[in-house]
Write a protein that binds this ligand. Sequence first.
Ligand code: ADP
Ligand code: ZN
Length: 215
Amino acid sequence: MYLVLLGPPGAGKGTQAKRLAERLALPHISTGDILRQNVKAGTDLGKQAKGIMDQGLLVGDDLVAKMLDERFNNLDIKKGFILDGYPRTLSQAKTLDEILSNKKLAVDLVVYLNASDAVIVKRLTGRLVCSKCGANFHVTNMPPKAKGICDSCQASLYQRSDDNEVTVRKRLEVYKNEVASLIEYYTKSKKLYSLNADLDPGIVLEQVIELSAKV
Ligand code: ADP
Ligand code: ZN
């Protein structure tokens, strides 16, 4: 099952992708996570990406495509993946098809997690992320059991540097400029299903699982 999650920042792509990866025993591949790992490790890619990410803009297509192609060389994607954060533009959608077809693979299902602006801003500005396992929490909606500590791995939680209101609004704007052409692309190929992501994450998860079982 080669599953792509689409949706605005804060729609819950990361949260759903993590849970889906566990339930379906597939790797979770997040371009945002890979970029942040590069920033943390101080690689050349990380140095190029950091400033762009903090402004809420998109990192260059070539850089991200190369990074993804390398990730797909890992044999753990033999049975599928949950892809989160890619594609974000029509051009990236075409690149994804190319990279996969070179490996004799193809996207099976695209789930669009549709969320309203008000919900998004609230979710992101209160989001807390685990520094070790990447699990997501929220200061009020989904607080950790102990303040500042991850429930699953006990590492410390932090706030992403791009989760402030100004950058969140910019990320939303970038997203809205690009999403229509992506939706059209995947509607044409009949791979797209849309879900209401304002709902409780547990409900959304079951709906995605149901969709994936039909493919
Ligand atoms: P969100 O979708 O919640 O904004 P992500 O973790 O997916 O967060 O992405 C964070 C940042 O990483 C983006 O704002 C962008 O700068 C960069 N990024 C992630 N994925 C891509 C991509 N496919 N193309 C270009 N830039 C990306
Ligand atoms: Zn953790």
